[in-house]
Design a protein around this ligand. Structure first.
Ligand code: SF4
Length: 374
């Protein structure tokens, strides 16, 4: 496709027309990434004219690594009965929350493997204990595969489960476990919930009045057509429910994974930026797009802010899942604020629902040693 044809698609989108699947495919097949990025930046500016880029202070707590399904892209899980399995105690989880609060954190993202023995009551007890001890602290927990696992264990439908977890103190749901929402890909790489089941869990989440994020992990043997179908499914559900707060695409991290040993192609920085900017253009009903500095490195994560992202994600005090697969990037609040301001934006802490959080001690530092950035 010529640059002129790409520009024609972009002009229509900038003029307010909805990007369709065919045009979306054409953009993802194109190498005109700067042109596409410019359009995504323009749409990002229209949606967020205040020139603010947000970030959140939280941590990922993985309450267990026991998992009774197999995802060939995962380096985190352990089979039930394996010698190095763990389940975090309440005291251990509370210690992690205390540390997060001390750093100015507003919540935690808590997820785990699909434990074969934990019913809804186990999750209710956990949520009740934490919400009683930390009132107002946001518990952003349990991805759709975990909810589907609870459905298999308890026999309860998704909406009943979500209603009970909300009642017990669940604040919102992370959009993990989406990978590529197309069964042609999912069935090759995982034995967990199907595309329709993932979407049905999210529909139930939104129906009980909770919000959630949506994610995409690409580079697991998917082709452009699968990525387009993924975007289409997310956009369609958002048209129906309006419950997604954000979309977060990232690339497969291959270290220590069975799939990583098999797959030869790996998405490049250009693939990532193109996917991010096309997501901004296609998902015209989702307000926030997050840069994945954790998987792309801090430098590319910063560049992503000019390719459609308006959020730098979490300072990630703790992360265990993609780190196990080779994403070793690390940062802190000062560094993220510095990177955001050096991209020409105003850094702003937010909570899980993207509401601004103001702490007097959150200041943007003078230039930091960029050489130290990964
Ligand atoms: S990605 Fe999640 S569901 Fe899949 S094996 Fe890992 S822990 Fe289990």
């Amino acid at each position: 496709m010529s640059s002129k044809d790409v520009q024609t698609i972009l002009d229509k989108t900038l003029g307010g027309a909805r990007l369709n699947a065919e045009a979306c495919t054409a953009l993802l097949e194109s190498y005109d990434v700067a042109r596409i990025g410019l359009a995504a930046d323009e749409i990002r500016q229209r949606r967020h004219p205040d020139n603010i880029v947000t970030y959140i202070i939280d941590r990922n707590i993985n309450y267990t690594n026991v998992c009774n399904v197999v995802c060939t892209f995962c380096a985190f899980y352990r089979r039930p009965g394996a010698p190095d399995t763990y389940v975090r105690t309440i005291d251990e989880i509370c210690a992690k929350i205390d540390e997060t609060i001390a750093l100015g954190g507003t919540g935690v993202l808590m997820q785990g493997g699909l434990h074969p023995d934990f019913g809804v009551e186990w999750y209710e007890d956990l949520l009740r204990t934490l919400s009683a001890k930390y009132p107002g602290f946001q518990l952003h927990c349990f991805s759709p595969p975990e909810i589907h696992n609870l459905h298999l264990i308890s026999g309860l439908d998704y909406e009943t489960i979500m209603g009970r977890l909300k009642e017990a103190g669940l604040y919102s749901l992370p959009g993990g476990g989406a990978e590529i929402l197309d069964d042609e890909v999912r069935q090759r790489v995982a034995t967990k919930c199907t595309t329709d089941e993932w979407l049905a869990v999210m529909r139930a989440v939104h129906k009980v009045g909770l919000r959630s994020s949506a994610t995409m992990m690409f580079g697991i043997g998917d082709r452009i057509e699968h990525r387009v179908r993924h975007l289409q499914r997310i956009r369609d559900l958002q048209d129906e429910t309006g419950g997604f707060t954000a979309f977060i695409p990232w690339t497969f991290q291959r270290e220590n994974t069975a799939l990583g040993r098999r797959i030869k192609d790996e998405p490049t920085g250009i693939d990532y930026l193109k996917m991010l900017s096309v997501s901004r253009l296609f998902l015209d009903n989702i307000e926030n797009l997050q840069s994945s500095w954790l998987t792309q490195g801090l430098r590319l994560g910063q560049v992503a802010l000019r390719f459609g992202a308006n959020d730098m994600g979490s300072i990630m005090i703790e992360e265990n899942v993609v780190s196990a697969a080779g994403a070793h990037n690390r940062s802190d609040e000062k560094e993220l604020r510095y990177l955001i301001s050096e991209a020409g934006f105003i850094p702003q802490q937010r909570d899980i629902l993207y509401r601004h959080v103001n702490r007097p001690e959150a200041v943007t530092p003078a230039p930091v040693a960029v050489a130290a950035l990964s």
